[in-house]
Design a protein around this ligand. Structure first.
Ligand SMILES: CC(C)(COP(=O)(O)OP(=O)(O)OC[C@H]1O[C@@H](n2cnc3c(N)ncnc32)[C@H](O)[C@@H]1OP(=O)(O)O)[C@@H](O)C(=O)NCCC(=O)NCCS
Length: 140
């Protein structure tokens, strides 16, 4: 299926399908409002939401990408369950990496929730490794 997915940035008409995809992939949690996340990230100079589009125009996959001037980050890497294991996840991560590379960002990072143990093997399979860092946080 690899050749059947095209990449384009989020447009407003995609909001409903994108939120439905995130919900269906278990990526929507009470402490993150997907609408607010879309509003803050889509189409910005330092961030965007990349969509994987099927030939019929439907959204099958997403990757939110952004950088802070130093590191790049991926969020909301998601593939419609109906299209898993066909290479779409890899395509979306590569698209995010390319987006960052094009902006001279040298390292990409992402966070895996502690409850999402299955996904770790996916990232390792496509060339990522665990970062030997401790991530600190504070809600603002
Ligand atoms: C994680 C996810 C994006 C993977 O998408 P996908 O389209 O199924 O992945 P791909 O088909 O591109 O897989 C690439 C490779 O990783 C392997 N792989 C995929 N998921 C895997 C898993 N859970 N465990 C081990 N290997 C996995 C594939 O078999 C493939 O291997 P290959 O190179 O031998 O062919 C998808 O399962 C998903 O949307 N999960 C729910 C949302 C999520 O957890 N996102 C990540 C948040 S951090």
């Amino acid at each position: 299926m690899d050749g059947t997915l095209s990449i384009r940035p989020f447009a407003e008409a995609d909001r409903g399908p994108v939120k439905a995809l995130w919900l269906g992939c278990g990526l929507v949690v009470p402490y993150n409002d997907p609408d607010a996340d879309i509003d803050l990230a889509a189409g910005r100079e330092n961030s965007d939401i990349l969509l994987g589009i099927l030939p019929d125009g439907r959204v099958a996959a997403t990757a939110m990408v952004g950088h802070d001037g130093h590191r790049g980050w991926l969020y909301y890497v998601a593939v419609d369950p109906a299209y898993r294991d066909t290479g779409f996840g890899r395509i979306m991560v590569r698209a995010g990496e390319d987006w960052l590379r094009a902006r001279s960002i040298r390292k990409a990072q992402l966070l895996i929730r502690e409850t999402n143990t299955a996904v770790r093997a996916f990232y390792e399979r496509i060339g990522w490794s665990e970062s030997p860092r401790t991530v600190m946080e504070r809600w603002l």
